[in-house]
Design a binder for this molecule. Structure first.
Ligand code: CO8
Length: 258
């Protein structure tokens, strides 16, 4: 399972766990790591035995950003023609729910990778930021857009313009993070959340993810209509019949993923 150099790939039941593993560079996102994360996510996304994915880093760093040493001497023509970082967009095409488990630094591309996941569980040691301005660049993997949607204009401007970092408590208060937990419990809590998701009907979980994501792309009226149609379509599944029957019969549901 581990034919990768910069990440570790594990399975815990129906949960795929990707651990960023470049400790010498605080998990800085170089091109190999980007290729490997995208390949691992796509592999897990196409595996019907996987119901949720966790992406995590180390105790010290989720990821300290795009790899500055790899980027520094690139020319405009190179980054433009290679469309640098466009590969990361493929993560948002994944349909399986993805949980980011973040401890330590999640800066620049690291914060952006966490925000590409469906929700973030943070250790109390987590530090989020978009410090690109200090390097003479701006966020390049969606940070200015996703952070603004998550925390609003005031805080997004503060973080992107001053380059300061924000701790886990502030990140939770601002809506960037779903939960903050003691660092020692991070992986356990993230795995528990992912295992819960993976115990649901996979197509229904995908529909829930798709419906929430639609809210970022459309008007309220269109989004509500989209949700209603998808809700109607859940009645075409065996899992809707099973879920409701189990409730009425006061037993746990046995979803079949169909
Ligand atoms: N890239 C490459 N190497 C890194 C990075 C990085 N982003 N971050 C840390 N490292 C390396 C360090 O160089 C160091 O290596 P070495 O020992 O060989 O010198 C090692 O990791 C350990 O780091 P430090 O010694 O610096 O550890 P500290 O605990 O002193 O500091 C920090 C930790 C505060 C996280 C510090 O390392 C830091 O500030 N890192 C950079 C954070 C940053 O600026 N991130 C944003 C990068 S830019 C980006 O992500 C998006 C760019 C979009 C551009 C779009 C272009 C098209």
């Amino acid at each position: 399972m581990n034919d990768f150099e910069t990440i570790l790939l594990d399975r815990h039941g129906r949960v795929g766990v990707i651990t960023l593993n470049r400790p010498e560079a605080l998990n800085a996102l170089n091109s190999l790591l980007m290729t490997e994360v995208v390949a691992a996510v796509e592999g897990l996304d196409h595996d019907p035995g996987v119901g949720a994915i966790v992406i995590t880093g180390s105790e010290r760093a989720f990821a300290a950003g795009a790899d500055i040493k790899e980027m520094q001497s690139k020319t405009f023509a190179e980054v433009y023609t290679d469309d640098l970082f466009t590969q990361w967009d493929r993560l948002s095409a994944a349909r399986t729910p993805i949980v980011a488990a973040v401890a330590g630094y999640a800066l620049g591309g690291g914060c952006e990778l966490a925000m590409l996941c469906d929700f973030i569980i943070a250790a109390d040691t987590a530090k989020f930021g978009q410090p690109e301005i200090k390097l003479g660049v701006i966020p390049g993997i969606g940070g200015s857009q996703r952070l603004t949607r998550a925390v609003g204009k005031a805080k997004a401007m503060d973080l992107c313009l001053t380059g300061r970092t924000m701790g886990a408590e502030e990140a939770e208060r601002s809506g960037l993070v779903a939960r903050v937990v003691p660092a020692a419990d991070l992986l356990e809590v993230a795995l528990e959340a992912a295992t819960t998701i993976a115990s649901m009907s996979l197509p229904i979980a995908m529909m829930a993810k798709e419906a929430v994501n639609r809210s970022f792309e459309t008007t309220l009226a269109e989004g509500v209509k989209f949700e209603r149609r998808v809700f109607h379509s859940t009645f075409a599944t065996a899992d809707q019949k099973e879920g409701m029957a189990a409730f009425v019969e006061k037993r746990a549901p046995k979803f079949v993923g169909g």
